[in-house]
Design a protein around this ligand. Structure first.
Ligand SMILES: [Zn+2]
Length: 289
């Protein structure tokens, strides 16, 4: 069975990217897994702190492990955007495969201190329990919401993009496995279109950082920008808002068209199908198909 680290390495060698999809319920889980399985590609399920509370930490681990072990399938669980050492520890202890400590809003030095503590904790567990938990950190603020936005959030511009120098310094100080930089990407989808990505900056950061890069805020980005970013060195891409949108639109329609239906598995079926289609389209693109 391949580990997440091996799958990332393989993706980089092939010039493709792994898809990371946030879910908040069993429907999302099935939708993402089915999409990945159809294409035969590894996939990462992400849970933010809020999603983790809703789904249940141990429950999420059990779901992912069951599928992985039963089908010998490379599906992994990531603690997406965790903001404290405490919540990172909880996810690691519960059995998550990877964690993200998000100190992007902190001054760089404070971000380094917090990230370092998380890396040390994960390494301790890896040594003790023979696991290979990956730690990802963020530098450069890219906003915090997975919603439809009227405009680009305040505090994000080309001047706030991550520099190669900062990336190199940050990785050397913290020892993180993965780095999520700011390269024109933002969380959420902007009504008038998301800003363009800067592939030349991705390339510079990948070289300077020396670790695989993760692109957050993938929803709303054009196919061309994705392809260029992957070519420039992005190994994992996060999609959340697009699946939320697919889910809520399909669910509203299903409820409106079948007002007398009471069976959740019937009401929810179109929402699962819509999320699956959204995930499949992105996975195809990320894998150059
Ligand atoms: Zn994110």
């Amino acid at each position: 069975m391949k580990t997440l680290r091996e799958c990332i390495k393989e993706a980089e060698a092939k010039g493709v990217a792994l898809g990371h999809f946030n879910i908040a319920n069993l429907e999302g889980f099935h939708a993402v897994y089915r999409a990945a399985k159809k294409l035969g590609v590894p996939v990462i399920i992400g849970l933010s702190e809020g999603e983790e509370d809703f789904v249940g930490r141990e429950e999420a681990v059990a779901l992912v492990r069951t599928i992985r072990e039963r089908g010998n399938y490379p599906i992994f669980l990531n603690a997406d955007h965790h903001y404290s050492l405490e919540s990172v520890k909880n996810a690691i202890d519960a059995g998550f495969d990877a964690v993200i400590i998000d100190g992007a809003k902190l001054p760089l030095e404070e971000n380094i201190i917090l990230t370092k503590k998380c890396v040390e904790y994960a390494k301790g567990v890896n040594t003790k329990d023979g696991r290979d938990i990956l730690v990802e950190a963020e530098i450069g603020f890219i906003g915090v919401s997975s919603k439809i936005l009227d405009a680009i959030p305040e505090g994000i511009s080309e001047t706030t993009m991550t520099s190669g120098k900062d990336a190199e310094y940050f990785v050397s100080q913290t020892g993180v496995d993965l780095l999520a930089p700011s390269v024109g990407n933002i969380h959420g989808m902007v009504k008038g279109g998301n800003p363009r990505l800067h592939p030349e900056r991705v390339k510079e950061i990948r070289q300077a950082a020396g670790v695989p890069l993760v692109l957050h805020g993938g929803s709303g980005i054009t196919d061309e920008d994705f392809t260029n970013a992957i070519e420039a060195g992005v190994a994992i891409i996060h999609i959340s808002t697009e699946l939320r949108l697919a889910y809520s639109q399909a669910l509203k329609k299903s409820l409106a068209e079948n007002p007398d239906e009471l069976a959740p598995y019937k009401i929810l079926q179109p929402a699962v199908a819509a999320m699956e289609a959204a995930a499949e389209a992105r996975l195809k693109l990320f894998n150059g198909r």
